[in-house]
Design a binder for this molecule. Structure first.
Ligand SMILES: [Zn+2]
Length: 87
C-alpha cells in the first residue's frame, strides 16, 4: 500500500513538472514573437476577439472591460463582445 502511494506521488510530481515545462515553453515562444515584431519595426497588431481580425493598435477600437483592455475593429464588435460577456 505504501509503495502504491509513493508511486502516485511521483506520478503527480512528474505531471506537475511536465505542465510547468509546457507553460514555460509557451511563454518563451510568446516572448520571441513579440521581440520579432518589434525588431521589424511594424506596428503592434491586436486581435479582435469577436471577428478574429488583426488590427493595428492605433486603429483599433479600444475598450476597457473589467479592468482589462480589449481591442476591436469597430464599435459594433465591442458591443457584441459585451453582449456575449453578459450572457
Ligand atoms: Zn471585429
Amino acid at each position: 500500500m505504501l509503495i502504491r502511494l509513493f508511486v502516485f506521488i511521483i506520478l503527480f510530481y512528474l505531471l506537475y513538472k511536465i505542465i510547468n515545462v509546457f507553460k514555460q515553453s509557451r511563454f518563451i515562444k510568446n516572448e520571441n514573437y513579440q521581440f520579432k515584431s518589434s525588431s521589424i519595426g511594424a506596428e503592434d497588431l491586436v486581435k479582435d476577439p469577436v471577428c478574429n481580425k488583426y488590427i493595428p493598435r492605433s486603429q483599433a477600437y479600444k475598450r476597457e472591460i473589467l479592468g482589462k483592455d480589449y481591442y476591436f475593429c469597430s464599435k459594433q464588435c465591442s458591443d457584441r463582445f459585451i453582449l456575449e460577456k453578459n450572457n
